[in-house]
Design a protein around this ligand. Structure first.
Ligand SMILES: Cc1ncc(C[n+]2csc(CCOP(=O)(O)OP(=O)(O)O)c2C)c(N)n1
Ligand SMILES: [Mg+2]
Length: 255
C-alpha cells in the first residue's frame, strides 16, 4: 500500500458510507481487501437491522442476492430505487459493475448483459439487478439470450411502480397528491414471460427463498428471470443515497 493511499481510501469509505459499493470498487481496484472486509461487515449489519414486514424489504433483497452469487460476477444494474438499494447493501465483490442510470437513463440492462456474457464467455457469470419498469423496455431481448444460449441471470425487484419517480412526485406535489399512474397492478409475471421466451423462471415471495431461487437460476445454465416482489412504500420512500443521487442531475436536482 503506497504512503497516503490508505488514508485517502479511508476518506472515500467515510464519505460514501453507507454506499459501500462505491467504496468496495475502490478497494477491489487497489486490492485493499482488509478495508473492504470491514466495510462489507458493516454494510451487512446495517441491512440486517432493517425491519422485516410481510413484503420483502429491498435491503434484504440486496443482501440475499449477495449471498447467492458466485465469485466475481459481472453485475449490471438497471432501474431506479432498486439499484440505489443494491448499491447500498450489495456485498458481492465484482471487478465489473455497471449501472445504466449513470448515463441518466434506464433500459439497457438486458442488451448490456448479452454483450457482457458474449465477451466473458464461460469464464464468468453475468447477473442483472433490475427494476420492473427498466426490465420492460427491452424485454424481447430475452429471445436473443435464449437463442444465443447465454446463462444470464436477471433478478427483477418488483414494486409494481416507478419507485424512484413516486418519491419525486411526492416530493414535488406532496404525499396527498392525486394518484399519479406511477404505480400499476401486481399481476405482471416476469417469470412466466421468461418461460414464454424459453428461459427459466422463478417467482419469490419470501426472503428465505431468495438464495435457493437465485442458485437454481444460476444452476439452470439458461437465461433465467427471478421475480422478487418488494415493499413498494419502503422502496420509494426510504431510498438510500437519494439526496446524493439527486445531485447528479445538476443544480436543480432530480425533480
Ligand atoms: C429512458 C428513461 N425513462 C425514464 C426515466 C426516468 N426514471 C428514472 S427512475 C424511473 C423509475 C424506475 O422504475 P423501476 O425500474 O421499476 O425501478 P424502481 O425505482 O421502481 O425500483 C424512471 C421512470 C429514465 N431515467 N430513463
Ligand atoms: Mg419499480
Amino acid at each position: 500500500m503506497t504512503p497516503g493511499a490508505s488514508s485517502r481510501l479511508l476518506d472515500i469509505l467515510d464519505v460514501t458510507a453507507p454506499y459501500a459499493t462505491t467504496a468496495a470498487n475502490h478497494a477491489i481496484a487497489q486490492d485493499y481487501s482488509d478495508i473492504l472486509d470491514a466495510t462489507v461487515k458493516e454494510t451487512a449489519h446495517t441491512a440486517e437491522a432493517s425491519p422485516a414486514g410481510p413484503l420483502i424489504h429491498p435491503a434484504h433483497m440486496a443482501i440475499e442476492i449477495s449471498r447467492a452469487l458466485p465469485q466475481d460476477p459481472v453485475i449490471i444494474r438497471d432501474g431506479g430505487a432498486v439499484c440505489l438499494w443494491h448499491m447500498a447493501y450489495n456485498t458481492t465483490r465484482s471487478s465489473d459493475m455497471h449501472w445504466c442510470q449513470n448515463f441518466g437513463h434506464l433500459d439497457m440492462g438486458i442488451p448490456l448483459a448479452i454483450g457482457a456474457q458474449l465477451a466473458v464467455g464461460d469464464s464468468r457469470r453475468v447477473v442483472v439487478i433490475s427494476g420492473d419498469l427498466a426490465f420492460q423496455f427491452h424485454i424481447s431481448e430475452l429471445e436473443t439470450a435464449v437463442r444465443k444460449n447465454l446463462p444470464i441471470v436477471f433478478i427483477v425487484g418488483c414494486d409494481y411502480a416507478w419507485g424512484l419517480e413516486v418519491k419525486v412526485y411526492n416530493h414535488a406535489f406532496g404525499n396527498e397528491a392525486p394518484y399519479t399512474e406511477a404505480r400499476w397492478g401486481d399481476q405482471v409475471r416476469f417469470d412466466k414471460i421468461a418461460e414464454g421466451y424459453g428461459a427459466y423462471g422463478e417467482f419469490v415471495e419470501r426472503r428465505e427463498d431468495i438464495v435457493p431461487a437465485v442458485q437454481r437460476a444460476l444452476a439452470s445454465g439458461r437465461p433465467a428471470v427471478v421475480q422478487i416482489p418488494i415493499d413498494p412504500e419502503i422502496n420509494a420512500t426510504e431510498v438510500p443515497g437519494f439526496e446524493e443521487f439527486a445531485t447528479w442531475y445538476g443544480d436543480k436536482g432530480y425533480s
